[in-house]
Design a protein around this ligand. Structure first.
Ligand code: FAD
Length: 462
């Protein structure tokens, strides 16, 4: 392998790379440390080399070399994934795609963009044309659009526009194959499902087409309630009434000490709703919140939020809530929960009663496949692996919830539950030697790679 690596380096021919230890360690990791299980498993793993292609030609050059030298290849965007998605399990080459960051073209309702563009830059560029992205993860600031499509699931905006994989959100993807002579494949419409949430195991996404919507100057707002049940009932009602929000998150009071910047805006004796509300919906939103017993704590535009030294509302929900807590106390970890439909706030109250101080709760109002879908990313006191899987089992068996397990490295164990045959078929085409992010999909077996098949054929003819 080392010989292959040296030959690979020598052939890079001007493509930028780094191989010093510190740089390698930093670029080999993501936010897997949220999970003590993954932390133990992944903390010492690193790649052997980081390459930084500056354009499509260089991406193709690296893809060709990785294939010729049969080196594992792991793609990396912002490195904000939570499940070790861009940790190279078998070493090899890490390809950092953040230099491919051009916003190529913005038209009415659509953007074409290179995969390594930061989501914040992309959304800002759309805003300059009076449009915005349908959704982004709470890591808007650091994550790339390619990493979101390959590793994310939805987030801020999902209340309005559904989850990332819902039809129409991603319109096309341009993919480079990992072969001695790489090809460029374009996937359109529903075919983009072949690479979505595939953890970079079946082709290098170099360009994407995404739907845009008319921009709204969202008001970032917090409303306080004297009971988490009241906060949840308001959020559920606001969503059912079709209130025009981009984010609607319920966060219970025990998180307040972790939201240090907020002080009296989120006191420890109140449960909060954090939301992004359309300006012309503010009156209805406020009236309904007050009718449910809420009190508006602040309502500010994005520039005002920054001026006030607060965080935007999109950094108060989804997995940013976990981050706030872990910054203060590393004795926590978390889970990802989808609630049965229709959502019943009483189920949450029973769960809070059952788990007491072991689990803190916050809930995300979203849509999926056109239906209202509520998610939670509860903070869970770390009591060991056995206790974690007991909790998962209870939430699924007793409460009918679905758990997307954030303590595992494969796509299938993490929540997709089954092997996506269309993705594996595409992998045979886009990564015939099985070099991409090895170990991350259970759908790829020893023997599937082209080399193994060639060997078998030779054996048969011999
Ligand atoms: P990376 O972590 O760099 O990569 C993610 C995966 O995509 C890896 O498997 C990588 O190999 C692959 N990949 C990267 N680029 C490409 C490419 N060009 N072609 C093919 N494969 C590629 N996720 C959500 O969905 N919603 C949230 O609200 C959310 N909130 C988060 C909050 C916090 C605080 C943290 C730490 C994480 C959160 N995440 C969330 C997870 C993560 O931030 C997002 O999924 C993010 O979009 C990943 O983008 P990235 O550029 O950092 O990807």
């Amino acid at each position: 392998a080392i010989r292959n690596l040296e030959a690979f380096k020598a052939a890079l021919n001007g493509v930028r790379f780094h191989d010093d230890e510190k740089y390698l360690a930093a670029r080999s990791h993501d936010y897997f440390w949220y999970s003590p299980i993954l932390n133990e498993q992944l903390k010492d793993l690193t790649g052997d080399l980081v390459v930084l292609p500056q354009n499509l030609d260089e991406v193709m050059q690296v893809a060709a070399l990785a294939a010729r030298h049969r080196l594992p290849l792991t793609l990396r965007g912002g490195g904000t994934g939570n499940y070790g998605q861009c940790v190279p399990l078998e070493g090899g080459v890490i390809m950092d795609l953040t230099r491919l960051d051009r916003v190529i073209e913005i038209t009415d309702g659509h953007v074409r963009v290179e995969a390594g563009a930061r989501i914040s830059r992309l959304d800002d560029a759309a805003r300059e044309t009076g449009q915005e992205l349908l959704m982004y993860p709470s890591t808007r600031q650091m994550a790339t659009i390619g990493g979101f499509i390959a590793g994310g699931s939805g987030g801020i905006g999902s209340l309005r526009h559904g989850m990332l994989r819902d039809p129409g959100n991603v319109t096309y993807a341009k993919v480079v194959t990992v072969e001695p002579e790489p090809q460029v494949i374009e996937l359109h419409g529903g075919d983009t499902q072949k690479i979505q949430h595939a953890y970079g195991t079946n082709g290098i996404v170099v360009e994407l087409g995404l739907a845009l919507t008319r921009a709204t100057d969202w008001i970032h707002i917090a409303v306080l309630f004297d009971g988490y049940d009241k906060a949840l009932r308001f959020a559920t009602r606001a969503q059912a009434d079709g209130m025009d929000c981009y984010l609607l998150t319920a966060v219970e009071r025990r998180f307040a000490p972790f939201y240090r910047k907020f002080g009296d805006h989120f006191p420890a004796d109140r449960d909060a709703i954090f939301a992004m509300v359309a300006p012309d919906e503010m009156e209805r939103f406020t009236e309904e919140a007050e009718a449910c017993g809420g009190r508006v704590s602040f309502a500010l535009t994005k520039p005002e939020i920054r001026e006030a030294g607060l965080q935007p509302a999109y950094e108060c929900g989804w997995n940013h809530t976990t981050l706030q807590a872990l910054k203060v106390d590393r004795g926590w970890t978390y889970l990802q929960v989808a609630y049965p439909r229709p959502f019943d706030p009483d189920l949450v109250m029973r769960q809070m009663e059952r788990y007491g101080d072991e689990v803190f709760w916050h809930h995300e109002m979203a849509r999926m496949e056109g239906e209202i879908q509520i998610f939670a990313l509860p903070l869970v006191r770390w009591r060991g692996k056995e206790a974690m899987y007991r909790l998962i089992d209870e939430l699924e068996r007793l409460d009918g919830c679905t758990i997307f397990d954030p303590h595992v490295v494969t796509i299938e164990d993490g929540g997709m539950k089954q092997i996506d045959d269309a993705q594996i078929r595409f992998k045979k085409l886009a990564d015939p030697y099985g070099l991409m992010n090895p170990g991350k999909t259970r759908g790829w077996h020893a023997g599937m790679a082209r080399d193994d098949q060639d060997q078998r054929q030779q054996g048969e003819t011999a």
